[in-house]
Write a protein of this length. Sequence first.
Length: 320
Amino acid sequence: MKRIAVLTSGGDAPGMNAAIRAVVRTANYHHIEVYGVERGYEGLIEGDLKMMSRRSVSDTIQRGGTILKTARSEAFTTYDGRRKAAEALSDRGVEGLVVIGGDGSLRGANDLYREFGVKVIGLPGTIDNDLGYTDRTIGFDTAVNTAISAINCLRDTMSSHERVVVVQVMGRRSGEIALHAGLAGGAEVILVPEKPVDYDEVASILNRGKAVGKTSGIVVLAEGAAPLEETMKELSERTGLSLKSTVLGYIQRGGSPTMADRVLASRLGVRAVELLKENKGGLAVGVKNGAVVALPIGEALAIKPFFDEELYEQAKILSL
Ligand code: F6P
């Protein structure tokens, strides 16, 4: 393979730049030319590609966001859009494509592979950690650490004012960010979409805390578990506590990636190019039990996201 392209798609995630850097530099090492595609599939359809060199990715490993920009493309969900995308690659003699994104982006990558034979390698780039084929997605570790820092700050002020705060974190249909940030932030309650929300139980935990002398508290609410307004209303009605709420929102998507995300992104980026060099395509690359793995994208996406029941139970014990 002589020429490849790389793009980031869907919601950005810290570590995407480290992955782009790894793709560009590994390709360069193997004397393969690399195009960077601007704005994900949207830019690909519009033919927005630029040649990249080792230097194009200097000073990027520590930066959040994505230097290639990203988008959620409506056009790419159509056959015609994907045809245009495939043509934009073949017009430039591009034989392989690395897609860094979440499940929707990897699904699109698979369509491009199946319908037009584009050799695509997918890397898991999302803060949500909701892809079952990989233990970790690029960006998750940073997002969780950002959430923990925010929870630490909230604990200070909640403790001063003797309040309880409901902190809403991202994750779409996944409770991974909530579970990990909640446990590591010492939350009193963690609400995740993988478990039914029982307001009576939450209220009794908070009331019990009050009875044993706790004057403040943290409830971490995954955005997919229940609407924030509903949670506030239901808990206010059931407790006599001074309740406040904070939505962490997009703050979780930014910031300098942690060591874990930089290393993960670098390892996966290197492997993606090695697979393309071997003329392979249609594969999703991830990490399982510490080892880099590659499996057909369709198979990878069919694996249900893992929810750590044991960790969830341990978090409950520790919050009592
Ligand atoms: O998938 C990443 C994510 O940040 C989710 O956690 C969140 O629900 C969603 O993207 C927000 O999407 P948008 O950037 O389109 O608002």
